[in-house]
Ligand binder design. Structure first.
Ligand code: R5P
Length: 282
């Protein structure tokens, strides 16, 4: 049985088809006072279930906890959190703040007794996995999904050194060359940002990152690349968080195309991590 989280209904359906496991019907409803309630259709007793539930919002996190609690009679529960909200708050940035990723990990793993395994997808910091308690964990790598339909003559770029590994994997999968942007200080008040080794002039540049949140990283990258006269620039990411006016910023910066996966289900999620998830839970 595959149990869909409120924000992962498409991905759960795809995983259900690929694994040939029944897709469970879950009702996500609300009481008049605004509190949420879930109902899992049919009693899931003595069954191995896999819950596929991203938690990009507070509401979806509470709904996930409710689903896990409702599954107390399941024989075993495997939990896939394709996009784990709060995972970037993995340290105390200022005194008086919580380590939110730790809170989420601890409370999620404590919600259901028969939790077998927890899978995440391309977590920003893998160390977050250590905060889930008494459960096997694994971060799945969906990098190569971003290589879909690249033909080999594109230039794959990382917007910063943190995304170098991702760019290398995407390029390797598609047979493309790859590079990353590097900032060079020219003088006290002058910096130059450009691809470290390769020229983008007249190339189809594909910039890849683990996520687009506010879009600042990508829009600055687009501005920098524009000066270097590429034939086109498109963007790809695993997690399309797309906070605030991220999309407006990116389209105003002249991006050709943006593609993302379905770890967060958006209008840009034309790529899927379903194969990666299905293989892991099979
Ligand atoms: C940074 O370390 C990440 O890999 C992303 O580059 C970053 O989270 C993107 O955020 P934003 O879209 O807000 O610039």
């Amino acid at each position: 049985m595959i149990v869909p989280g409120s924000e992962s209904q498409v991905l759960a359906a795809r995983v259900s088809r690929k694994t040939e496991r029944e897709l469970c019907r879950v009702e996500y409803d609300r009481f008049p006072d605004g509190e949420g309630i879930v109902r899992i259709d049919g009693v899931v007793e003595d069954e191995d279930v896999a819950v596929v539930a991203s938690t990009p919002t507070d509401r979806s996190l509470v709904q996930l906890h409710q689903v896990l609690d409702a599954l107390e009679k399941a024989d075993s529960v495997t939990l896939v959190i394709p996009y784990m909200g709060y995972s970037r708050q993995d340290k105390r940035f200022e005194d008086g703040q919580p380590v939110s990723a730790r809170v989420v990990a601890r409370t999620t793993s404590a919600t259901v007794a028969r939790l077998n395994e927890i899978y995440t997808v391309n977590l920003h910091e893998e160390g977050v996995l250590d905060w889930f308690t008494d459960v096997e964990t694994r971060d799945l790598d969906a990098s190569t999904v971003l290589a879909d339909d690249l033909v080999g003559d594109e230039l794959v770029l990382a917007p910063d050194t943190g995304a170098k590994g991702l760019a290398e994997k995407v390029a390797g999968e598609a047979g493309c060359s790859w590079d990353y942007l590097e900032k060079t200080r020219l003088s006290g008040d002058e910096v130059e940002v450009k691809p470290k080794n390769l020229s983008v002039e007249d190339r189809d540049a594909v910039v890849v990152d683990d996520m687009i949140a506010t879009g600042s990283t990508m829009s600055e990258t687009l501005d920098v690349l524009e000066e270097q006269k590429p034939a086109s620039v498109s963007l790809r990411c695993i997690h399309p968080v797309l906070a605030k006016n991220a999309l407006t910023k990116l389209y105003r910066s002249g991006v050709e195309e943006i593609r993302a996966t379905d770890t967060i289900e958006t209008g840009l999620s034309t790529l899927s991590v379903a194969d990666v998830v299905a293989e892991a839970i099979s």
